[in-house]
Design a protein around this ligand. Structure first.
Ligand code: NAD
Length: 353
């Protein structure tokens, strides 16, 4: 029997090549007039261009973005907003820039406008993250959800392939886990299936023709859908494992997702028949986990956990940590099962369908 709860945060999205140039009209619609631009190091020139377009509506540029939002950086950003009496933050960059904007909005009531430049999807979620004393805390708070997002495929053209490929696989992982989420619902499942379809088609094209704007548009469209489902339904074993590996062994966020996804999918697929049916349709094969593995390798993701710097002893620790306080998962999560999953990923075995 179909049974679900559906809710979605209000959000406004302007999608298209050149959409960044519509920033000023969006600030007008929000009724704000003193924007602080929060831009990552790769986007200082873009920030200056947007500041010039905004004129007096821009009160400054904050360039201190650091991955995983260290608390000191969040405090510095908040101090800048207070000093300049900003009434809005515009984030320009990947998940790290969006994350800093969120850390500011947690403490100071102001609207966020996001101009994303990767496929991370943070701009579609009410999820914040802060790192303090070497530990990353995350939580949900509707105040940190950006009010407006300008998705401009012209901005992802500069993504190096080594960042674009794994970042896209990270987005696919949000869609895969949304399909078997504890609180899955029909609308989010439609979006997740379409997100996998768009990204699986677009990512190899982005790798093959990195200057083609249409390919970037398709990949960014998939990433948008992935962000929406990430913000709306819960995640499962795959995200838990990536959280443990990143948090304990400091492995790169997107690379870890890209490597682990085929193995986590293989672990769960038989326990999630509706997800399998939708992924089969989206990927064009019922060999879901092998297809994800091939896609991941073809877009430049690392092939083994060994390459990410783990030892076989680390796998035991990771399996222990991942099963201590497990997230909901469609298949029972056992220490032996997770250890085997990690061993397969360590050796780069082809996962079973
Ligand atoms: P990132 O923002 O750290 O960017 C990675 C690197 O790519 C940086 O050096 C950046 O300067 C550069 N870069 C970004 N866009 C570029 C472009 N278009 N061209 C050239 N270089 C570019 O990486 P990310 O993967 O976007 O974000 C990762 C962070 O976001 C992690 O901290 C993760 O936990 C967080 N995240 C949060 C959520 C959420 O919902 N809260 C969702 C996804 C990710």
């Amino acid at each position: 029997m179909l049974e679900f709860v559906f809710s979605i945060s209000p959000m406004r999205v302007l999608f298209g090549a050149g959409s960044r140039h519509r920033l000023e009209e969006e600030l007008n619609s929000l009724g704000v007039g003193r924007a602080l631009l929060v831009a990552d190091p790769a986007h200082q020139r873009l920030a200056r261009e947007l500041a010039a377009q905004l004129g007096a509506r821009c009160v400054g540029i904050f360039d201190g973005v650091v991955q995983h939002v260290p608390i000191e950086v969040a405090e510095a950003g908040r101090a800048k907003v207070r000093e300049l009496q900003a009434d809005c933050c515009v984030t320009i960059g990947g998940g790290s820039a969006t994350g800093l904007g969120k850390a500011i909005a947690m403490e100071i009531a102001l609207p966020l406008v996001a101009v994303p430049t990767t496929y991370a999807g943070s701009e579609m979620t009410p999820i914040w993250g802060l790192t303090e004393g070497g530990l990353k805390r995350t939580g949900r708070d509707p105040r940190v959800q950006p009010r407006v997002t300008l998705y401009d495929p012209e901005l992802t053209v500069t993504l190096p392939p080594a960042v674009a490929g794994p970042s896209g696989m990270n987005a696919i992982a949000h869609c895969v886990e949304a399909l078997y989420a504890q609180n899955a619902n029909p609308i989010m499942s439609l979006l997740a299936e379409e997100g996998v379809r768009a990204l699986a088609e677009a990512l190899p094209q982005v790798m093959a023709a990195p200057d083609d704007l249409d390919n970037h548009g398709k990949a960014l469209y998939g990433a948008w859908l992935a962000g929406v489902v990430l913000g709306s339904v819960g995640m499962a074993l795959h995200h838990k494992l990536c959280h443990v590996l990143g948090g304990t062994f400091n492995t790169s966020h997107a690379d870890t997702h890209a490597l682990i996804l085929p193995y986590a999918s293989a672990y769960n697929m038989e326990a999630a028949p509706d997800a399998k049916r939708r992924l089969t349709a989206a990927l064009g094969t019922s060999q879901v986990a092998p297809a994800l593995r091939e896609l991941s390798l073809s877009v430049g993701a690392p092939a083994t956990l060994k390459e990410l710097g783990l030892s076989t002893a680390d796998l035991k620790t990771a399996a222990e940590l991942a099963t201590r306080a497990p997230y909901y998962n469609p298949r029972e999560v056992t220490r032996d099962g997770v250890h085997q999953l990690l061993l397969d990923a360590y050796h780069g075995e082809m996962p079973e369908a």
